[in-house]
Design a protein. Structure first.
Length: 398
C-alpha cells in the first residue's frame, strides 16, 4: 500500500492564499490545481476544495534528522557538555541498559516509521537523513521523501580522520556530503574546521551540521569557499551545550552562505521542525531555513509552481501576512489544517478532510485536536510495534 499514488485525482484548491514560492515571496490568491504535481491550469475533471481563506504553503524540508532514533526519550546525563562527543560517550556507555536495550530491539522498519511520521505531522515532507540509507526509507510506503544522493560521516568524535577522508572521497561529486562539526563550545570543537580542511574535505559540496564552536576566521573561510550550507538544530544545541550557532557572526561574515534548519532526532531535540523554528531568535527567521535545502541538494520542491510535487500544508491563519517563515514560527503541528503529499491528503482537520470524499480516512486526535488521517497511514501505525506520541487513531481518538 502507498501513502501516495503516482496518479491521484485532480483537485482544485480554491479560496486560499497560496504562498507559491517562499524564497522569492511570490504569493497568489488564484486557485491551485494539482494531481501528484502542481498543474498549470484546471484539468477537465477536477474536484474543488474550499479553503475558506486559509494559507497554503509548500511542504518543508528537514535538513537533519536520524530517522531511526525518534522513538527514544530525550536523553542527557549531565547539566551541560563542553562538546557533543562527551555526550555521545555517555550515551554509548548506557546502550545496554534500560530503556535503550528494549528500544533498540524494535524492527528497524518500525523505528524509521516513527521518524517519518514525526516529520509528516509537522509538514516536513522531505527529510535529509544522517545515518545509513536504510532500504525502508525509500519504499513507496514511507511517509516522507528522503534524500537519496548524499554522503555522510558521523563526526570527529565517532569517526577516525581516515574514515572521514574516505567518506568524503567516496561520495560522488554531484552528491552533498554531511558531517556533524564543531558541536561544542571548547577547544576540541573549535579545532575541527581546520582538521577537516587538512583532510581536504572542505568544498562546495560540504554541509556542516551544528557549527556551534566554529571561529570567526573559519566562518570567513567557509563563506569564501563557499560551503554548500550549514545546518542548525537549535533545541539540541541548547539541550546538550546550553549554546547555539553564532548566528550574528554567520550573518556578518557569511551572509550568503545558506543556513538550513534541522530537527535532529528526539534523542536530543525538543520535538519537530516547527519546535526548532520557534527555538530560533526572531531576527534570523528566513525562508532559506525551511525551503532552501531543496535546491541546495538538487531536489524538486520548496515551491508550488507548475511541475512541483504537490507537497503542501494548509494553515488557518486569516492573515494577509506573507512572511511564511514567521507564520510557521507561531504554530504547533496540530494547528496545521491539512498535509498533502503528492496530491494526496495525509492528515487534516475533519471538515477539510471530508471534502476529499474519495480519500479513505480514519478518525484521529493529534495533541488533543480532532483530525482525520489517511487509512493507509493509520494501518501502517496499527501494524507497528511503536506508536507516535500525541497521535491517537481510530477508537482511541474518539
Ligand atoms: Zn545529528
Amino acid at each position: 500500500m502507498r501513502f501516495w499514488s503516482p496518479s491521484p485525482p485532480a483537485y482544485t484548491l480554491r479560496g486560499g492564499h497560496v504562498v507559491l514560492d517562499p524564497l522569492t515571496g511570490h504569493n497568489i490568491t488564484a486557485p491551485l490545481h494539482l494531481r501528484a504535481r502542481v498543474l498549470a491550469s484546471a484539468p477537465r475533471q477536477t474536484r474543488t476544495i474550499d479553503l475558506a481563506g486559509a494559507v497554503v504553503l509548500p511542504a518543508l524540508i528537514n535538513a537533519h534528522d536520524h530517522l531511526e532514533l525518534n522513538h527514544y526519550p530525550r536523553t542527557t546525563f549531565a547539566a551541560r557538555y563542553d562538546d557533543a562527543h562527551q555526550w555521545g560517550r555517555d550515551v554509548s556507555a548506557r546502550l545496554t541498559q534500560a530503556p535503550y536495550t528494549a528500544l533498540r530491539q524494535h524492527p528497524l522498519n518500525d523505528q524509521v516509521l516513527i521518524g517519518g511520521i514525526k516529520n509528516l505531522l509537522c509538514g516536513a515532507l522531505t527529510v535529509i537523513h544522517h545515518n545509513p540509507p536504510h532500504k525502508a526509507l525509500f519504499n513507496a510506503s514511507f511517509p516522507v521523501r528522503v534524500l537519496r544522493r548524499y554522503g555522510w560521516v558521523h563526526s570527529f568524535g565517532f569517526s577516525t580522520p581516515q574514515q572521514i577522508a574516505n567518506s568524503y572521497q567516496r561520495t560522488p561529486q554531484d552528491h552533498t556530503w554531511f558531517i556533524h562539526l564543531a558541536e561544542g563550545t571548547n577547544a576540541t570543537a573549535a579545532r575541527e574546521y581546520q582538521q577537516l580542511q587538512a583532510l581536504g574535505c572542505i568544498s562546495g559540496r560540504t554541509v556542516l551540521i551544528h557549527a556551534v564552536g566554529i571561529s570567526p576566521d573559519n566562518i570567513v573561510h567557509a563563506a569564501r569557499v563557499p560551503l554548500r550550507a550549514v545546518v542548525t538544530c537549535p533545541s539540541t544545541n541548547r539541550y546538550l551545550l546550553d549554546a547555539h550557532m553564532p548566528y550574528t557572526t554567520w550573518q556578518q561574515h557569511a551572509p550568503h552562505l545558506p543556513v538550513w534548519l534541522g530537527s535532529d532526532s528526539r534523542l536530543t531535540a525538543d520535538g519537530d521542525l516547527l519546535d526548532e523554528l520557534r527555538a530560533l531568535p526572531a531576527d534570523v527567521l528566513h525562508p532559506t531555513l525551511l525551503w532552501g535545502a531543496f535546491d541546495g541538494v538538487g531536489l524538486a520542491g520548496g515551491h508550488l509552481r507548475e511541475g512541483a510535487p504537490a507537497d503542501l500544508v494548509v494553515i488557518r491563519l486569516q492573515s494577509a501576512d506573507t512572511n511564511a517563515t514567521q507564520m510557521l514560527a507561531t504554530i504547533h503541528r496540530a494547528q496545521i489544517a491539512l498535509v498533502m503529499r503528492g496530491g494526496i491528503p495525509q492528515i487534516g482537520d475533519p471538515d477539510l478532510m471530508h471534502q476529499f470524499a474519495d480519500v479513505p480516512t480514519v478518525a484521529a486526535r493529534l495533541d488533543g485536536v480532532p483530525k482525520r488521517i489517511h487509512r493507509v497511514l493509520a494501518t501502517a501505525l496499527a501494524r507497528s510495534s511503536l506508536q507516535e506520541q500525541g497521535l491517537l487513531i481510530g477508537e482511541h481518538a474518539i
